[in-house]
Write a protein that binds this ligand. Structure first.
Ligand SMILES: Cc1ncc(COP(=O)(O)O)c(C=O)c1O
Length: 413
């Protein structure tokens, strides 16, 4: 992923690439701070998707006419691009999905067929529901047991429990690289090494890390990694599941239908090679092709500068919220120890009310449990507010957010 042509991260210039940022919301400039939920799209991604429909539209892997050949070539080029982006040298390990959720369900279902009664799956207390529920389903079906790594008061994984959690019955450790609720960056490589020592596999939810960090499957020591295009400037309805090709080869299909077969008889079928075996039916061709444009865009940025920029915004927001006082901020307290999400609670104002008042000032934040109910339960909360930053946000956005928070406090005083 090294990029000698890397562009510096200058929000003033980058913002021009994102047409939606010109919108006015309730008469005010849009301040989009819900990036953890989904990121905005640059013109070149929007154009790539519409260009496909205007110029190429045809089904992939089916026809031998020109359009189908072009669509197939672009679709497969995107697969190779995604593989390169995460440091995977064999594109056959990339399965296109609808997103992280589908990737994790695919893994838990197909790989999960190997589970036997009493086998153990280890997750963490900070997982998004999509890295919990698929494992619960697999465990219910196979008689396996789900255990979890607990979290500390400051929102980190409590690794003192790791040695006692891992053992000969542990078959997989499934964890997020970056928490969507806490912003915590987990030491995945360290945990993966411990998991591998007991013969367990490691599945990584990279939904929140792929947009912000350089995800490298080898450095992570992962056996499987799932992520979504829409959180990293790409279209909705597209994601990728990378599985070590040797492992993917051993897995049973997830869904049956066209494209995933080799031969079909009236009473049985044989299956295609990977990755086609896991891509039944017509995929989101336009979305997959536009995903490549999103990766190209991200890859042109200097990753170190992107990280510095986002950390600066996080530090500035934390500083200004602390000046205001009274907020409970979840997760690691130092900006350098967190990525993306700034989740908080005001002791007097319900997050939904906060979000409504901020919206009237054009500021979009998230309110709710962020699909992480166990995290909220851990801290005795039902819901929180969450502001999250990305490359096109700037200090003016943080100022607008803070002014809107002050308005909310005045309103509820
Ligand atoms: C950490 C994490 N995992 C998984 C998901 C699910 O992603 P998607 O809804 O794109 O499938 C999200 C989405 O917010 C997330 O933040």
């Amino acid at each position: 992923m090294s990029n000698l042509m890397a562009k510096p991260v200058d929000p003033a210039t980058l913002r021009a690439d994102f047409p939606i940022l010109n919108r006015r919301i309730n008469g005010r400039r849009l301040v989009y701070l819900d990036n953890t939920a989904t990121a905005q799209k640059p013109t070149e991604v929007i154009e790539a998707e519409s260009r496909y429909y205007r110029e190429t539209n045809a089904n992939v892997h089916r026809g031998i006419h020109t359009l189908s050949a072009e669509a197939t070539a672009a679709y497969e080029a995107s697969r190779a691009r995604v593989a390169r982006f995460i440091g995977a040298n064999d594109p056959r390990g990339i399965v296109f999905t609808r997103g992280t959720t589908e990737g994790l369900n695919l893994l838990a279902h197909s790989w999960g067929l190997n589970l036997e009664p009493g086998d153990e799956i280890v997750v963490t207390e900070m997982e998004h529901h999509s890295n919990l529920v698929p494992w619960f389903l697999a465990a219910e079906q196979r008689g396996a047991v789900v255990k979890h790594i607990p979290i500390t008061d400051d929102g980190r994984l409590d690794l003192s429990s790791l040695a006692s959690l891992l053992g000969p019955r542990t078959k997989i450790v499934a964890l997020t690289q970056v928490s969507n609720a806490l912003g915590t960056v987990n030491p995945v490589a360290e945990i993966a090494a411990a998991a591998h020592r007991v013969g367990a596999l490691v599945a990584v939810d990279a939904a929140q890390s792929a947009p912000h960090l350089m995800v490298d499957v080898t450095e992570l020591g992962a056996d499987a990694v799932a992520f979504s295009a829409h959180k990293m400037l790409g279209p909705t309805g597209v994601g990728a599941l990378w599985v070590r090709p040797e492992l993917l080869e051993t897995m049973a299909p997830y869904q049956g239908g066209g494209e995933m077969i080799r031969e079909v008889y009236l009473d049985r079928a044989t299956y295609a090679e990977i990755p086609a075996r896991f891509e039944a039916g017509t995929p989101n061709i336009a979305g997959v092709i536009a995903y490549q444009a999103a990766i190209d865009y991200l890859d042109r940025l200097d990753p170190a500068a992107l990280h510095r920029h986002e950390t600066m915004l996080m530090a500035y927001a934390l500083e200004r919220m602390r000046e205001m006082g009274g907020f409970r901020i979840l997760g690691p307290q130092a900006a350098e120890d967190r990525v993306g999400a700034l989740t908080f609670a005001d002791p007097e104002i319900h997050p939904h009310d906060l979000s409504t008042i901020l919206d009237s000032a054009g500021v979009a934040i998230r309110a709710g449990h962020h699909c992480a109910q166990p995290v909220h339960r851990r801290y005795g909360l039902v819901a929180t507010a969450r502001a999250s930053f990305y490359l096109y946000n700037d200090r003016d956005d943080v100022d607008a957010f803070i002014e809107a928070l002050k308005d909310a406090r005045r309103y509820f005083a």
